[in-house]
Ligand binder design. Structure first.
Ligand code: SF4
Length: 406
């Protein structure tokens, strides 16, 4: 039987604190302002992967929950002297809230948290992006990220309406509007979930046509009990897919866009830190507030088992500081101390960090495992390291031969 929280068996928060661990303040708050969605993507961790908690929550975050959430975020920012906090309006599909309601809640967040230290972003499937909505976001300085998996059939393979209709045409229209000169400054980028059966360069170039400031490629949520689709049973097919995108991106004569996961790996290879949960050992500093005020860990944990992201805390009675002491949050801030023995022994564990926490899960064994994408992570990380090392060596050889670097 699955326990509600199958955290690392040896994780003792009191012992971790006694051993010198200090929690890192939350800096990013995901507000689930609308639980419903106008698409039915088949890989969605909210609706299609076994956690049905959304059915028991209000479909819309009430004004009272929003006010309490804003006050709690402000309290956390004050107590930890945070210069900036980022609030992401999320769902379901957040734009289903409607323009007037969004305007009211953005105003409330700014009043309570303070305009100066607040960054607001919205992550949308794009279907309801129109000029009035974009005028509001532009006026309020809200950054807009759009989810899209490629052009035409590549997108429509998974991102479909409940009746099977694809969404690509509507998202193309939305991106056409968002990339208009009036709105381009608020275009945050495109989020793309990888399908290994697609042509990676074709997907990258289809997204690039919209000149996004950033693309992020996500591995589809999967774990040892619900493994990812692997055509031909190849255990590093996702790694190969990312290698093809890396080579296309890295070899471009000039930078075409930022690709978040690849930049994170590059940063790690060069001795820096990562800011993404996909790779590296950096502490996760994201908290989620559900429409009923429940404080949860990252939403994607719902792909592991029902209730996996729950903390048992609610903003009505609990502070975010209390959430910082939850074993699941601590586990994702502990770095190498929360890895399984196999990962600790792995030569690239400081770069890989066992990947996304949700991808380590196995029924009965919890999260103390290597990633179900282990071979893929190894493939892309070692490839990036090999290419960067070769470039540095070339440059050093050129410099010692008296050839000036550009
Ligand atoms: S998931 Fe695999 S590649 Fe990553 S640290 Fe663990 S053993 Fe190494």
């Amino acid at each position: 039987m699955t326990r509600p929280h199958e955290w690392p068996a040896d994780l003792d928060v009191t012992a971790a604190l006694a051993g010198g661990f200090r929690p890192y303040a939350f800096r990013e708050f995901v507000l689930k302002i609308n639980q419903r969605c106008n698409l039915a993507c088949d890989y969605c961790y909210v609706y299609a992967m076994g956690d049905h908690s959304w059915r028991d929550r209000p479909s819309v975050m009430s004004g009272e929950v929003l006010r309490t959430a804003a006050a709690r975020i402000a309290e956390h920012a004050r107590e930890h002297e945070l210069d900036t906090v980022r609030v992401i309006l999320h769902g379901g599909e957040p734009l289903l809230s409607g323009r007037d309601r969004l305007a009211a809640l953005i105003g409330r967040l700014k009043t309570d948290i303070g305009d100066r230290r607040l960054q607001i972003a919205v992550q949308t499937n794009g279907l309801l992006l129109d000029e009035p909505m974009l005028d509001l976001f532009r006026a309020e300085g809200v950054q807009v990220g759009v989810s899209m998996d490629g052009a035409g059939a590549d997108n429509d393979r998974h991102r479909r309406h409940a009746d099977g209709r694809g969404s690509a045409a509507a998202v193309e229209r939305a991106l056409g509007l968002l990339t208009d000169a009036r709105y381009r400054p608020i275009f945050a980028g495109i989020l793309c979930t990888i399908d290994v059966t697609t042509d990676p360069a074709q997907v990258y170039e289809a997204l690039l046509r919209h000149r996004p400031p950033q693309i992020d490629f996500l591995l589809p949520h999967a774990n040892w009990s619900r493994p990812p689709t692997r055509p031909d049973q190849r255990d590093d097919a996702y790694g190969d897919w990312l290698v093809a995108v890396f080579d296309r991106w890295y070899d471009a004569p000039r930078q075409e866009t930022r690709v978040r996961v690849l930049e994170e790996i590059l940063s790690l290879v060069l001795g820096g830190a990562s800011r993404s949960e996909q790779v590296g050992l950096s502490p996760v500093t994201v908290a989620v507030v559900e429409s009923d005020g429940d404080i949860e860990q990252v939403d994607s944990l719902k792909s592991a088992f029902p209730g996996a992201s729950a903390t048992g805390l609610n903003i009505a009675t609990n502070s975010f500081d209390q959430a910082l002491r939850h074993p699941g949050i601590v586990a994702r801030q502990l770095g190498a101390a929360a890895l399984c023995a196999e990962c600790v022994a792995c030569s690239i564990h400081e770069l890989c960090g066992a990947g996304h926490y949700a991808h380590r899960y196995a029924t009965g064994r919890g999260f103390l495992n290597r990633s179900v994408y282990c071979a893929d992570l190894s493939r892309i990380i070692t490839h990036v390291r090999r290419r960067v090392t070769a470039d540095i060596a070339d440059r050093e050889r050129g410099e010692s031969a008296g050839v000036r670097s550009p």
